[in-house]
Design a protein around this ligand. Structure first.
Ligand code: TYD
Length: 212
């Protein structure tokens, strides 16, 4: 099973990915928590270029291609082998981030980005995607309290507002895969909402995998 977390900056994806993995491990599933951009050594090197505040003149298409290149390596080296080994892969951001940030945020054509994602991933789509929804100003404030802001964090309020609206459009277009969770509550409350949304699915998927 392949589960992804998406959302604007500071929405708590990393915390929730870890909490979910712990819960699945308790139930006897093997899990891998990973992230994008990054997750594999080459992809982590691309991440450094992408998030470096010095690269503030990066062309939008160059940016998209770097995210997608990072993803191609990550899927081939990390995600596909883990899924083949019946590990539940929980990823902090994935292909939908490219649609939200480079598509809705930067204004690149969504159709082109979908094609690039398909080429990079060989068509690997998550089984479940959680949108941790939070107002942009709250998320950016959380991130500011947490430390340094990277190149994307510094892209401006209007950009992040387009990203948030883009996520809502993606979730509405594919309700079978997406679950929208209010990320404004305490982490334990958010974790419960995620578990409640996942458990029917876990019941018929992960447990079967464990028996196999
Ligand atoms: P990170 O510090 O990991 O942010 P967060 O904790 O919010 O996930 O930085 C990753 C940044 O890269 C984040 O601003 C979102 C952005 N991003 C894209 O613009 N496109 C993508 O395809 C991906 C995966 C991430």
């Amino acid at each position: 099973m392949f589960i992804t977390f998406e959302g604007v900056e500071g929405c708590g994806k990393t915390t929730q990915a870890r909490l979910l993995a712990a819960r699945l491990e308790e139930r006897g599933s093997r899990t891998l928590v990973t992230r994008e951009p990054g997750g594999a050594a080459i992809s982590e090197q691309i991440r450094v270029i992408l998030l470096d505040n010095k690269n503030d003149d990066m062309d939008a298409m160059a940016e998209a291609l770097l995210y997608v290149a990072s993803r191609a390596q990550f899927v081939a080296e990390i995600v596909r082998p883990a899924l083949a080994a019946e590990t539940v892969v929980i990823c902090d951001r994935y292909a939908d981030s490219t649609l939200a940030y480079q598509g809705y945020g930067r204004g690149l054509a969504i159709g082109t980005l979908r094609t690039l994602n398909r080429i990079a991933t060989g068509g690997l789509v998550p089984d479940r995607t959680f949108l941790l929804d939070l107002p942009v100003d709250e998320g950016l404030a959380r991130k500011r309290r947490g430390g340094d802001l990277n190149r994307l964090d510094n892209a401006g309020y209007a950009f992040h507002e387009r990203v948030r609206n883009g996520y809502h459009a993606l979730a509405e277009a594919d309700p079978a895969r997406w679950r929208v969770i209010d990320a404004g509550a305490a982490p334990s409350v958010v974790a419960e909402a995620i578990w409640a949304a996942l458990s029917p699915f876990v019941g018929c998927s992960v447990l079967t995998m464990t028996y196999d």
